[in-house]
Design a protein around this ligand. Structure first.
Ligand code: CP
Ligand code: NVA
Length: 303
């Protein structure tokens, strides 16, 4: 049976932890110049229906470092953008490639793709989830704090794809997660229901950012308007007033807390320049770890 990577909940804590351990080993090998060509001669298609900097570069460089080839495809320059059914694209790609990564809108698109694909499919971000990013974030937490066990994580902002994936992570890995989201911008109700069933009492949602960050170890935020929501930017700026991760909020968290942001960041909106550039910020390590985590996921699924 082919295993895909569409949502964190498709794996248990041990399986995900093994991928994080592999990511750390691959990082060490890359730093020391030790070859690790576990995808020698293999090709991974990288399909983008939305913009990307980090995901595209980390997958493309990652597959190259593993000895394989990354094939970039965009909806605008392929038949996908002209309405070819997902299931037809999926079956053809599986005849050429050893794996596929897709960034798209609906989660149902990656699910449909995976249903018809004989090779592993990786979710490179949908409107619902961003599992590759949260794996890089967890790797960064482990590097900085040794473990995620016993830590309190805080989310300030939109109940978006990142928030939903943090909720899945909290339920699987078993850490405390407090989310502060404005009314009307809460995380996905089905994801919350699933997580509450799996890990009762671990995840709380409030409208008060101060309550969420109080004595927290890990602070997280993300843009107010995600890709596809650009037309809502002005309206969202009003709804999210008071949800900027700034020095005043940072001062309420633990002094040695770490600040994370998946990037791209909008300074002065969801995060202040002083916080993202400040001593608690680990965003550049977090961005680098996308590379190592992508490699570990590809190596696990396609190696
Ligand atoms: N964090 C992230 O996924 O960045 P990109 O949108 O640049 O890929
Ligand atoms: N929530 C953001 C994440 C970007 C990496 C978006 O979907 O645009």
């Amino acid at each position: 049976m082919v295993r895909h990577f569409l949502a964190l909940r498709d794996y248990d804590e041990i399986e995900l932890y093994d991928m994080l351990t592999l990511a750390r080993e691959l990082k060490e090998k890359q730093k020391q110049g030790i070859p690790h060509r576990v995808l020698d001669g293999k090709t991974v298609a990288l399909i983008f229906e939305k913009a990307s900097t980090r995901t595209r570069v980390s997958f493309e460089v990652g597959v190259f470092q593993l000895g394989g080839h990354g094939l970039f495809l965009s909806s605008g320059t392929s038949q996908m953008g002209r309405g070819e059914p997902i299931k037809d694209t999926a079956r053809c790609m599986a005849r050429y490639c050893d794996g596929v990564m897709i960034r798209t809108f609906g989660q149902e698109v990656v699910e449909e793709f995976a249903k018809y694909s004989d090779v592993p499919v990786i979710n490179g971000l949908t409107d619902l989830f961003h599992p590759c990013q949260i794996m890089a974030d967890l790797m960064t937490v482990i590097e900085q704090k040794k473990s995620y066990k016993g830590l309190t994580f805080a989310w300030v902002g939109d109940g978006n794809n990142m928030a939903n994936t943090w909720i899945e992570a909290a339920a699987i890995f078993g850490f405390q997660l407090r989310l502060a989201c404005p009314k009307g911008y809460e995380p996905d109700a089905r994801v919350m229901a699933w997580a509450k069933g799996k890990a009762p009492g671990m995840i709380t949602v409030t409208t008060d950012p101060k309550e969420a960050v109080l004595d927290a170890d890990v602070l997280n935020t993300d843009v107010w308007a995600s890709m596809g929501q650009e037309a809502e930017q002005k309206e969202r700026e009003k709804s999210f007033a008071g949800y900027c991760l700034d020095d005043a909020l940072l001062a309420l968290a633990k002094p040695d807390c770490i600040v994370m942001h998946c990037l791209p960041a909008h300074r002065g909106e969801e995060i202040s320049d002083s916080v993202i550039e400040g001593k608690n910020s680990v965003v550049w390590d977090e961005a680098e770890n996308r590379l190592h985590v992508q490699k570990a996921i590809m190596a696990t699924l396609m190696g």
